[in-house]
Write a protein that binds this ligand. Structure first.
Ligand code: NAD
Ligand code: TYD
Length: 351
């Protein structure tokens, strides 16, 4: 069936995997990648599908409501998959307002544009909001995991801004009948991940023999999901999720940061032909992150039971694939960390 979908944040880490999956899997869909190309957005992530006839890129900032309304009028989307966000907790601690602008105001602007365009004709439309498990706060009781009914308890400006956006999405459903669906996912890892986040940062630092900063004692626990598994879950939920519902997505892969980094060091020593134990010497314990949540863990039983999705990789397998990608794409890492990749956009599309 022919459809036009706007995917926001499609030049970022998860968004680029979602765009690639949709463009390749659904040749009848027109996929519009809407992205402001902040430091985290990189069109080089999508060179393999950039010339597909069912793909196009629009450089738009979701904080610009007028541009959004105009774009919605010209594109006439049947659906929105919303991933654009400021996504790094440490940056939210130094600049919370950037998170309020993009994650809260930007999401509200998108909801407004969809509501105005679809007014009186909501059938067959869908607004999919991609969110995080961090809205649920920190787990303190062993064995307990976040379900869709866990009370929101965000602690960082990032998670507070995502929580606020989730509430607005539900409010637009309940108040205006906007057809929405939401998901809250655990920590992702995989290719094209900006090297400020733990795993790609550690891979890059190990390669350059630089210290690997571990916050506090490294006892914090995260539930890691391979990014392509997340993209598949988004596809499943977009097409089969029930109107107004929320689905938790997780990898069932809980690791303390220190155990994860020790495993990564082993893999890196092997791949780089270094003696075992070499990379571990780079581990450096540093001052803890303010408000650092102790443990996240997702119960994704609802998604597995109702929609049949399953994570495909254990962390050990996914981490090795991830390391292989980073070692084969060192030029990508150099370009994203130096900002040179932004010239790629100018070459393709002009200033
Ligand atoms: P990312 O930082 O890699 O990418 C974000 C993208 O959004 C970039 O392409 C950036 O240019 C774009 N963007 C930022 N501000 C914008 C604006 N004002 N207007 C238009 N585009 C803008 O993020 P990610 O890790 O790919 O996360 C994508 C989404 O998934 C986010 O909503 C995030 O909250 C959610 N999420 C991420 C994780 C994770 O582990 N990374 C886990 C669960 C949920
Ligand atoms: P991160 O990748 O920033 O994701 P999030 O904060 O969204 O979970 O961090 C993952 C975990 O690693 C988190 O507990 C913080 C920790 N961490 C470090 O110990 N050192 C680092 O340099 C970074 C970036 C994160």
């Amino acid at each position: 069936m022919k459809k036009t979908l706007i995917i926001t944040g499609g030049a970022g880490f998860i968004g680029s995997h979602v765009v690639r999956l949709f463009v390749r899997k659904y040749p009848d869909y027109q996929i519009v990648n809407l992205d402001a190309l902040t430091y985290a957005g990189n069109l080089e992530n999508l060179t393999d599908i950039a010339s597909f006839p069912n793909y196009r890129f629009e450089k738009v900032d979701i904080t610009d409501s007028e541009r959004l309304i105009a774009l919605f009028k010209t594109c006439q989307p049947d659906g929105v998959v919303h991933l654009a966000a400021e996504s790094h907790v440490d940056r939210s601690i130094t600049d919370p307002f950037a998170f309020i602008r993009t994650n809260v105001m930007g999401t509200c602007n998108l909801l407004h544009a969809a509501k105005e365009l679809w007014k009186g004709a909501m059938d067959g439309k869908r607004f999919y909001h991609v969110s995080t498990d961090e809205v649920y706060g920190a787990l303190t009781v062993d064995g307990v995991r976040f379900t869709e009914h866990t009370r929101y308890d965000p602690h960082s400006p990032y998670s507070a801004s995502k929580a606020a956006s989730d509430h607005f999405v539900r409010a637009y459903h309940d108040t205006y009948g906007l057809p929405v669906v939401l998901s809250n996912c655990s920590n992702n890892y995989g290719s094209h991940h900006f090297p400020e986040k733990l795993i790609p940062l550690a891979i890059n630092n190990i390669r350059h023999n630089r210290p690997i900063p571990i916050y506090g004692k490294g006892e914090n626990v995260r539930d890691w999901l391979y990014v392509e598994d997340h993209a598949r879950a988004i596809d499943t939920i977009f097409h089969h999720g029930k109107d107004g519902e929320t689905y938790n997505i997780g990898g069932n892969n809980e690791w303390t940061n220190i155990d994860l980094i020790r495993l990564l060091c082993k893999i890196m020593d092997e791949k780089l032909g270094r003696a075992q134990g070499t990379s571990e010497k780079l581990i450096t314990f540093v001052t803890d992150r303010a408000g650092h949540d102790l443990r996240y863990a997702i119960d994704s039983d609802k998604l597995q039971r109702e929609l049949g999705w399953q994570p495909s990789l254990k962390l050990e397998e996914g981490l090795e694939k991830t390391v292989d990608w980073y070692l084969a794409n060192t030029a990508w890492v150099e370009r994203v960390t130096s900002g040179v990749y932004q010239q790629y956009y100018e070459k393709q599309y002009g200033k």
